[in-house]
Write a protein that binds this ligand. Structure first.
Ligand code: SF4
Length: 117
């Protein structure tokens, strides 16, 4: 279908499978899109990934660092002020708790983070 010009959306937890068939990957966390990355951004140890959660997700895979981060996603009924990843983020600063970060375009992708490097 994609080869015939149709847009195809695949929703999965299997990032490896998604990387084999996709052009772009939208990364969700607690029901929120945090980053839309190009498949190429996941190459070279994911160093071109923009959001701390996307990097953590990538580093958690067994074939990468197999490294978990502390904490868990907010519960469905939990109200979060500011960035939804704030409690688990190692890059947070005082700005991050003041409002939901807006999308910004970075290197031909988009990211919802106040502290993109
Ligand atoms: S906005 Fe702040 S808390 Fe949220 S991911 Fe970016 S640096 Fe971390």
């Amino acid at each position: 279908m994609a080869n015939k010009g149709c847009a195809v959306i695949v929703i999965t937890h299997d990032i490896e499978a998604a990387l084999k068939i996709s052009d772009k990957i939208a990364v969700f966390y607690a029901g929120t899109v945090l980053e839309v990355a190009n498949v190429e951004d996941f190459k070279n140890d994911g160093k071109n990934l923009r959001h701390p959660y996307t990097r953590a997700l990538w580093n958690a895979l067994p074939q990468n660092k197999f490294q978990a981060i502390r904490g868990h996603q907010p519960m469905q009924d939990e109200v979060v002020d500011g960035c939804i990843f704030y409690d688990r983020c190692s890059k947070k600063n005082e700005l991050c708790s003041r409002g939901i970060p807006q999308f910004q375009k970075v290197n031909e992708g988009v990211v919802r983070c106040n502290n993109v490097s």
